[in-house]
Design a protein around this ligand. Structure first.
Ligand code: ACO
Length: 320
């Protein structure tokens, strides 16, 4: 049998850390409002010359280093991002070039905040199919570029960053046990950037639009359901799960989902307070934190799950 295991993790945040009080100087908001509704206290914002690929490369270098592999052992690069450096080439190709890995297959996946779930599941499938041996899977975003800094309903929620894992082929049991992806385009209108490029111009708003309450309800219902599905399909119960690494959209969504799943908040790795919602980067950023601070240990059962615009969502259950 072939299995796919996480061999190493890495993450990177831009140096510029922005507090709620900093934002309150620009828009009509307050630390109290933001913390109460979202749990967010800070977020990191990329500098003008810092591209998604730059953040991705830093996270990737740490993941490769911690995997114990040489970069030449890697034969697949997948980058999950909503904020590519350019429409094309893919950010994965730019990352490949910056890492000096010519010839390695490289492509992006776009599933917004569920992007890392889609990328990890794709890498898993490549490894099980014998199409790749070791995959570098990255979630990287400069999501704040999509924000209208005058719109207090959205600009307080997001941040920039990158996280990465090296997923490797193994003959010994363990690694990814279950992976499930779902989507429903009927909900595209509750979270989107409405603008489209036409005639060399963006027609419609290029900024994030969100119906916050609709997103909240849909996210909790859907994440609880898919989380339960992968736990059931693995023949396990919530008690068997050691750690949950959820997409870090906001604390209230995470708390409600944990409650629906019957999981204590002590088992949840949280970064949302320090990083805000970094879209496709949030899950690998939180995973790296949990691994590096020693909470997530080899052999632990870990549930990763995320949801975002599309709507698209997914969950992965693995033995770390
Ligand atoms: N500061 C102060 N007041 C604000 C702010 C702000 N930053 N944002 C909105 N308000 C005001 C609104 O203008 C409104 O005022 P009004 O009544 O005078 O019009 C009031 O607060 C209530 O607005 P609501 O939108 O009803 O606030 P709600 O309680 O729903 O909280 C929030 C908004 C935090 C966005 C909530 O709906 C939520 O958490 N939704 C989930 C969205 C999310 O996490 N999205 C992430 C992207 S999707 C994903 O990753 C899954």
């Amino acid at each position: 049998m072939t299995y796919a295991k996480i061999l190493g993790t890495g993450s990177f945040l831009p140096a510029n850390r922005v507090s709620n009080d900093d934002l309150a100087q620009k828009v009509d908001t307050s630390d109290e409002w933001i913390v109460t509704r979202t749990g967010i206290r800070h977020r990191h914002v990329a500098a003008e010359n810092e591209l998604t690929s730059d953040l991705a490369v830093q996270a990737a270098l740490k993941a490769i280093d911690s995997s114990g592999l040489d970069k030449n052992d890697i034969d697949l690069i997948i980058v999950a991002t909503t904020t590519p450096d350019k429409t094309f080439p893919s950010t994965a190709c730019i990352v490949q070039q910056k890492l000096g890995m010519p010839g390695v297959a490289a492509f992006d996946v776009q599933a917004v905040c569920a992007g890392f779930m889609y990328a990890l599941t794709t890498a898993h499938a490549y490894i099980l199919a014998g199409l790749a041996k070791n995959a570098l899977v990255i979630g990287a975003e400069t999501f704040t570029r999509l924000l209208d800094w005058n719109d207090r309903r959205t600009c307080v929620l997001f941040g920039d960053g990158a996280g990465a894992v090296v997923l490797g082929k193994s003959e010994t049991e363990g690694g990814i046990m279950q992976a499930k992806l779902q989507a429903d385009g009927n909900y595209a209108h509750i979270l989107e950037t409405p603008g489209v490029i036409h005639g060399g111009e963006i027609v419609g708003s290029p900024y994030v639009y969100m119906d916050g309450q609709a997103v909240f309800k849909f996210a909790v219902k859907t994440l609880a359901k898919i989380g339960k599905q992968v736990i059931d399909d693995a023949g396990l119960t919530a008690d068997d799960v050691d750690w949950v690494v959820p997409h870090q959209a906001n604390l209230r969504i995470i708390e409600s989902t944990a409650k629906h799943l019957g999981l204590s908040m002590d088992k949840i790795i949280l970064t949302v307070q320090d990083q805000g919602n970094t879209s496709a980067a949030s899950i690998p950023l939180a995973l790296d934190l949990g691994v590096r601070d020693g909470r997530i240990k080899r052999g632990d059962v870990v549930l990763l799950e995320g949801i975002g615009g599309g709507f698209a969502w997914g969950a992965v259950l693995l033995r770390y």
